[in-house]
Design a protein around this ligand. Structure first.
Ligand code: FAD
Length: 476
């Protein structure tokens, strides 16, 4: 018998319930234990997964292979292409072993279909397929109204989430103990069908991948930085946020670990409203909110707007404007600096995600799905639920969205959140010599030669946005 821990977005040894259960089960049944990761670049492409995120996954899996080797758990990392190919591996394994497969649940459509197919295959071969709902601290579906419905608005969701946390507490599982040396003979058989995982290209090199290092980053943030989070988190020139999103997205660290550590380090303040710790916890709850919403409203995965009436908005979808936005050449410094941060680093500060998303939709009148897709294709932390939720929030088409008539003014956002212009100067060296208001709007005195002219007039664009929304809202 063989217990297979099929890893996907849970690339960790600590607090990995699927892994711990596989090991525990094996200690009773005598089964062998192995871990498995199947890279699927074709499906990743279909999902617009950024190259930098793919690289982070590869680097992490190869590192995890060593970390698991220290526990005597062989990790077979193979190169497939699409999800259809996953069954090649399981067919081979089923041919040889009686399988118990341990996985962390995934909520997206193709992932659900893939898992259902593998479950069928394993069951048909007298095996077992066991799911662990551990992507969130409160699994989707567990936080509901008193009537049993899903929440559509964040604040009551959060209240209920916190009440549940008080009741349940947080538990993380330990890293499993080392197993006796393994002499499993699976490699040859499966490897003949699928090659070993490709080397990483190292484009994500700035991001460490050793589990202990990532945990240390999380702990340091909770110990040293979380107290100031509320004051600093909105300023992109300041390193005031945790930068854990990429790790949470692929599960190098779990939400439960973050919350447990927060509780430990900020025991006296973490439930005090507006404390840094409480505000950071809120962000983790946003992450869980969007996963709940994704499960509750399956149309979201098909990129349908949550507010159905907004499906009829007649977006202008001008490709020249879209390209200017993608390349950071709109003539709005804060937007351009934001997009250059994304293009150059694979990550963008949250405040800037809000500003640049709002700009695409409400200043350029481009369908939010174009932006959603572009972000996904560049972000190291690309996560369907958070990205879709963020875009629908910014576009005023989502659950708990910004009201459509509240439209960010990119210049005043810039003055407010990059007051000294340090962030703009860093990404737009062509503006570096400017001071004060000119840095946020360099066009008043005829502009700067080396910098592009504004592609739209915000005041005019704003009016058109109001008209576009009014058109679909009046019909109801
Ligand atoms: P911190 O401020 O330290 O927050 C801690 C963690 O909470 C984050 O790592 C993240 O996991 C979670 N979180 C924070 N804010 C949000 C939020 N608004 N929604 C959901 N989870 C949140 N986040 C992603 O992880 N992946 C995405 O693809 C993504 N796309 C976004 C698109 C748009 C248009 C917007 C407005 C936001 C998006 N976010 C996304 C949310 C947020 O911008 C990032 O999670 C955050 O900037 C990551 O930086 P951090 O780890 O330093 O966050």
């Amino acid at each position: 018998a063989l217990n297979v821990v099929w890893l996907r977005n849970d690339l960790r040894c600590y607090d990995n319930a699927a892994l711990s259960s596989a090991v525990e089960d094996a200690s009773k049944s005598g089964a062998a234990v192995m871990a498995l990761y199947i890279a699927t670049p074709k499906t990743w492409q279909l999902h617009d997964m950024a190259a930098i995120k793919q690289d982070l996954i590869r680097r992490r899996v190869l590192q995890l292979q060593q970390e698991m080797a220290a526990l005597n758990i062989p990790l077979l990392a193979v190169e497939g292409s699409s999800y259809q190919q996953v069954d090649v591996v399981f067919t081979a394994l089923c041919r040889q072993f009686q399988l118990k497969v341990f996985v962390q649940t995934e909520y997206e459509l193709r992932e659900q279909q893939r898992d259902a197919a593998i479950e069928q295959l394993v069951l048909a071969n007298m095996g077992q397929f066991i799911r662990f709902d551990t992507q969130c601290l409160m699994p989707p579906g567990t936080v509901r109204t008193q009537q049993g419905d899903y929440y559509k608005v964040f604040t009551p969701f959060k209240r209920s989430w916190l009440a549940q946390l008080q009741q349940q507490g947080v538990r993380c599982c330990a890293r499993p103990a080392m197993l006796p040396a393994s002499n499993l003979q699976w490699t040859q058989q499966v490897m003949t069908d699928l090659p070993a995982m490709k080397e990483a290209d190292n484009s994500s090199q700035q991001w460490p991948v050793a589990e202990t290092q990532v945990l240390q980053l999380m702990r340091n943030f909770c110990r040293d930085k979380v107290a100031d989070y509320q004051q600093l988190r909105d300023y992109p020139a300041i390193d005031g946020t945790s930068k854990l999103s990429a790790y949470l997205a692929i599960g190098v660290v779990s939400a439960a670990q973050c919350v447990a550590r927060l509780q430990l380090e900020a025991a006296d303040s973490w439930l005090q409203e507006k404390s840094g710790a409480a505000v950071w916890l809120s962000e983790l709850i946003w992450r869980e909110f969007y996963k709940h919403i994704l499960v509750a409203y399956p149309n979201l995965i098909k990129h349908q707007p949550f507010q159905e009436d907004t499906a009829a908005i007649r977006w202008r979808n001008d490709t020249t404007l879209f390209n200017a936005w993608c390349q950071g050449q709109t003539g709005f410094p804060i937007v351009d600096a934001a997009m250059r941060q994304l293009n150059q680093t694979g990550w963008m500060h949250n405040r800037l995600r809000m500003i640049s998303a709002s700009f695409l939709v409400k200043d350029l009148h481009i369908d939010w799905r174009w932006g959603e897709r572009y972000f996904m294709s560049k972000l190291i932390d690309g996560d369907f639920a958070a990205n879709n939720g963020g875009w629908q929030w910014a576009a005023s088409t989502g659950t708990d969205a910004a009201p459509y008539f509240r439209i960010f003014n990119p210049v005043s956002q810039s003055e407010k959140f990059d007051p000294k212009g340090d962030f703009i100067r860093y990404y737009l060296p062509e503006l570096a010599a400017l001071q004060g208001k000119l840095l946020h709007w360099p066009h008043t005195t005829g502009g700067i030669k080396a910098y592009c002219k504004p592609v739209v007039d915000h005041a005019v664009a704003r009016k058109l946005t109001l008209a576009l929304f009014a058109e679909v809202k009046q019909k109801n």
